[in-house]
Design a protein around this ligand. Sequence first.
Ligand code: GLY
Length: 562
Amino acid sequence: MKKFFSILFIAILLANCTATKEDKVTGLIAEKAMVVSARVEASQVGSDILKKGGNAYDAMIATQLALAVVYPQAGNIGGGGFMVFRHSDGKTGALDFREKAPLSSDKDMYLDEKGNVIPGMSDFGVHSSGVPGSVAGIVEVYEKYGSLPFKELVQPAIDLARNGFKVTKNQARSFNGTRERFAKANNYKILFDAEWKEGDVVKLEELAQTLERIRDNGRDGFYKGKTADLIVNYVKELGGIITHEDLVKYKAVWRKPIEFDYKGYKITSMTLPASGGVCLAQILKSVEPYDFSKIEHNSTKYLQLLTEAERRSYADRAHYLGDIDFVNVPIDSLTSPEYIKKRMSTFSWDKATKSSDVSHGEVLGYESNETTHYSIIDQFGNAVAVTTTLNTGYGSKVYVKGAGFFLNNEMDDFSAKPGVPNVYGLLGSAANAIAPEKRMLSSMTPTIVEKDGKLKMVVGTPGGSTIITSVAQNILNVVEYDMGMQESVNKARFHHQWLPDYIRMEPRGFDSITKVNLKALGYELLERNSLIIGRVDAILVLPNGKLEGGADPRGDDAAVGF
Ligand code: GLY
């Protein structure tokens, strides 16, 4: 019997080892410029704008709007997002076009009379929507850095909406799987509430007309006039609270990004209300003292080290982080070397730390996750990383009558009540409580890496709470393990977020010994057959100056360049 189990163990081991052997893959190589996004049509639109002589900011606008048409799961004009940029001259910056809580929102708006969270209210239907920021975002980008006529940047999305795009297999499954919720969130049968199959063509005439109003009137084409009327009237019909005043008052904000050094690489990422930059800095600075040449990629030690860094960072995230326009967040202390050293001082190679034993540190002074990310490098050397979302797939599922787009369900990213997790299982505190005009905490992590003053990598991903840890792993893949971009993107990923206290792992890519060892050390593992973690879209600048795209095969993502 004992022999039987030994043979079985070896057989399983060999099967797993074979599965983990991934050939060295190379992504699309381009000489000068590239766009990588969730859909080939959107990457093509962005690349075409670059080919016409537009810059990365022009391509950002065109790609964002094209995604709003061909990738309605997350591409949006009814949501928000963040952009991190690096100009060819090395100047960096960030734009926050995150949604805001409506003016009449309230910290207890999702609680019943007993003070309990009302299930489903913050993440589904009209009550879950924040005031959209994406159109203000693209207009802000255009006013500061755009070069081609605005109309030329919007027109490709109008054409895609009017002439139609082909449904992919993934998309057909996603549309069909959401029909019941589309019907429940709306008081009429929306266009997507139908039986779809791969290859069907979707035409979005109402969206084409909304985009025409944006093309002709800029931000007023969305926040005022007919589009605003359509939004406010439909929200009112459904009993929601977004008003004309909310729309008119919405402003995107330029922010100072989080910047830090990792072993000689300069990393620029998004600041609050996106937690991405702060947590990425904490995680990478926690592991920086270790010699990765002695730690095999995705081995027990690798998972241990990153997990313990992630555990501590997400505990801080839950306690300290929120919208810096509303709460005082000790960013410098949380990312200081002394603080991080102290946090990691309880890490042991011999035993898992228990999340119940880790609270936030003392400082002086996360359904499906359908965000989307795109990376762009232009022929002039400018780079932009943009992560944008409706929150979960199709956001609130509310499809604005007559205007043809989904409203977000971003209000769920607030902490509805301290200690009660959101859809990502993330906890929050008073720092992320709801307040009128406040922005909800995000995990989005659009990031740019440079080395010796030169652009090295543009990276980001969807994935809710797993965004930060996926970005960290891709940076380590390239910087510590010398992987190419596509190879890095393809690698199996894992995630820990303090609570719940388990390591989520993609089912492929981790051998049995690693899993057995981790369990023996006291780690709980969560593997699900269908589980994917993020869909990373990234670009690497190769030593010869060419660009390698990493388009995530976990989705329909594609790189297009020239
Ligand atoms: N809605 C997901 C995030 O912003 O993190």
